[in-house]
Design a protein around this ligand. Structure first.
Ligand code: AVJ
Length: 324
């Protein structure tokens, strides 16, 4: 059992509407190979465990990105037009956004989009106090599906998609997502996106196999969640956390491996596992600076600038959309 630090208790209830979980889980568990979409990691405990992952010494992603944003906040701020609206896709705790908002007082409107409505309202209240000039208009929505922007936001539109969350998509899905962002923000928009970079295998493997076992607990929590919400009977001790860099496909894969042949009940269905068979729970794609630019260009976005940390572990890319 991993003990969570105080900061994690800030995380408020977050549930992405009930029954699609049963449907998606059964679809994935009855397929070959077995898989479950990574968005189901994020129940209350999953959100808290992820916050804790970002504090682990091996998990360089958050530290690298926050460092890049701090060091280059003024340059990034210059890319936003006067009286800009900033739309954040999957805003969570808005921690990284605060860095940009503090440097860019000409962002006058902020629209955090997240499926977690409770956390959105809590964060919005805090942001309004910290940035009195800022209009904060949260939107509770799945950021990867179409949604309407509230209010009059025609002046300058900017998007923010930090965390390398884009790495959870297959590359063709990441391209579709960038087209979707272009549709939401429109012509002339600027997008700031965080992208984790290809690097030494040991560093990547360590980041997803932290010594404290938090990432393992995060992965196993998916089984805990199915036991609770889908009347499943996964025996937690008979599944192992596997995470490794797949160099050919330039992605870290996370799996839950069954240590033996067994049957598990899930939402009224029986799922058979062979010994060693896995549930593929996540891909986290890694890009080079140039491979990400190539992907973005293919969707109509043009590179404006990019920034990396001194170790070149992580990259923040600024793009603009002039087409459409
Ligand atoms: C939130 C998707 C960026 O892929 O690194 C952390 C999630 N998974 N440890 C990532 C995650 C395992 C994270 N993202």
């Amino acid at each position: 059992m991993v003990a969570l630090k105080q900061s994690a208790s800030k995380v408020v209830a977050c549930d992405a509407n009930g029954s699609p979980f049963a449907e998606d889980a059964l679809k994935g568990l009855n397929a070959t190979p077995k898989s479950i979409p990574p968005k189901y990691f994020y129940d209350d405990r999953g959100c808290a465990l992820f916050e804790s992952i970002t504090e682990q010494p091996e998990y360089y992603l958050t530290r690298s990105e926050v460092g890049i944003l701090h060091d280059n906040a003024d340059d990034i701020a210059k890319l936003f037009k006067p009286a800009s609206t900033l739309v954040e896709f999957g805003s969570g705790s808005s921690r990284k956004t605060r860095i940009l908002l503090a440097a860019a007082s000409h962002i006058t409107s902020y629209i955090p989009v997240d499926i977690c409505g409770a956390m959105l309202e809590q964060e919005a209240a805090g942001l309004r106090k910290e940035f009195p000039h800022l209009t904060v208009s949260p939107v509770t929505a799945d950021f990867s599906a179409p949604f309407d922007l509230p209010g009059d936001t025609h002046l300058g539109r900017a998007g923010f998609f930090p965390g390398s969350t884009i790495g959870n998509f297959e590359p063709h899905e990441a391209a579709a997502f960038l087209r979707h962002v272009a549709r939401v923000l429109g012509r002339g928009a600027v997008l700031v996106v965080g992208v984790d970079l290809v690097k030494d295998t040991q560093i990547l493997n360590a980041a997803y196999n932290d010594a404290a076992g938090v990432t393992e607990a995060f992965n196993i929590n998916l089984l805990v969640r199915m036991n609770r919400e889908l009347a499943a009977d996964f025996k937690l001790e008979s599944f192992e956390h596997h995470a490794f860099y797949n160099r050919e496909r330039q992605r870290v894969e996370m799996h839950l491996a069954s240590s033996k042949r067994q049957k598990v009940r899930v939402a009224g269905d029986t799922i058979d596992f062979r010994a060693g068979e896995t549930i593929h729970t996540e891909n986290s794609y890694k890009y080079s600076v140039d491979s990400f630019i190539a992907l973005a260009r293919g969707t109509g976005w043009q590179p404006l600038a990019n920034w990396t940390d001194p170790q070149r572990f992580f990259c923040v890319q600024a793009l603009t959309y002039q087409a459409g």
